[in-house]
Design a binder for this molecule. Structure first.
Ligand code: ADP
Ligand code: 5GP
Length: 191
């Protein structure tokens, strides 16, 4: 993946529980030209979580892949590694890439690929974010850690984002993001 390639890199970021995972699943279902990257993580699989939600790796495997230069970006988030493997350009088949990643990774991608489009999602309120985290089954300590992180990161997210969206009604947010993507494609095809 280089700047010479005519693909969009769409980065979806925002605090835990805002709805990123739910949204990117809908984006790729509704727009077949989008390709969702599967990240690596060293965290444990959650009860009920699909086995292919991530490549679940040991810390040793993850560190080996870092040493081999196999990540487009990686970070440590609340005690675990997370990273985007370098995409397989053959599997991509010219589709636009969607990355669902936290803010430090989003910042790295914007530095490496300035034309990447960063959409930063916000919850309608901290109370609603907390309801979503609890509704998803996050334990108390994770809920508090994610709320604290959300508070601390919001200014940076707003500052580096190309688009800031409040995920209130899910379908409205997805429609709005598809409109943004259509606009970015039109701009790319003209340029
Ligand atoms: P993230 O990937 O950002 O951590 P998730 O996609 O896991 O967040 O969403 C957290 C919870 O909030 C899930 O239970 C999801 O169904 C719910 N959710 C997502 N978007 C909305 C929305 N717009 N309104 C209400 N609930 C939502
Ligand atoms: P979770 O443990 O809830 O699945 O993910 C925790 C955070 O890590 C979320 O904000 C998610 O977007 C982020 N994340 C998932 N994959 C990656 C990745 O490959 N790189 C980075 N930087 N963050 C990721």
């Amino acid at each position: 993946m280089s700047e010479g390639i005519n693909q969009l890199i769409i980065v979806v970021s925002g605090p835990g529980g805002v709805g990123k995972g739910t949204i990117v699943d809908r984006l790729v279902t509704r727009d077949q030209r989008l390709w969702l990257s599967r990240s690596w993580t060293t965290r444990e699989r959650r009860p009920g979580e699909s086995a292919d939600a991530y490549v679940f790796a040991s810390p040793e495997e993850f560190e080996q892949r870092i040493a081999d230069g196999g990540f487009l970006e990686w970070t440590e988030f609340l005690g675990n590694y997370y990273g985007t493997p370098l995409p397989d350009l053959v599997a991509l088949e010219g589709r636009d890439v969607v990355l669902e990643i936290e803010l430090d990774g989003a910042r790295q991608v914007k530095e490496r690929f300035p034309t990447a489009v960063l959409m930063f999602l916000l919850p309608p309120s901290r109370e609603e974010q907390e309801r979503r985290l609890r509704g998803r089954g996050d334990p108390n300590d994770k809920v508090f850690a994610r709320l604290r992180k959300a508070e601390a990161e919001e200014p940076l997210g707003r500052a580096i984002a190309d688009h800031v969206l409040v995920n209130d009604d899910l379908e409205t947010t997805v429609d709005e993001m598809l409109r943004v993507i259509a606009g970015e494609r039109a701009a790319r095809d003209c340029g």
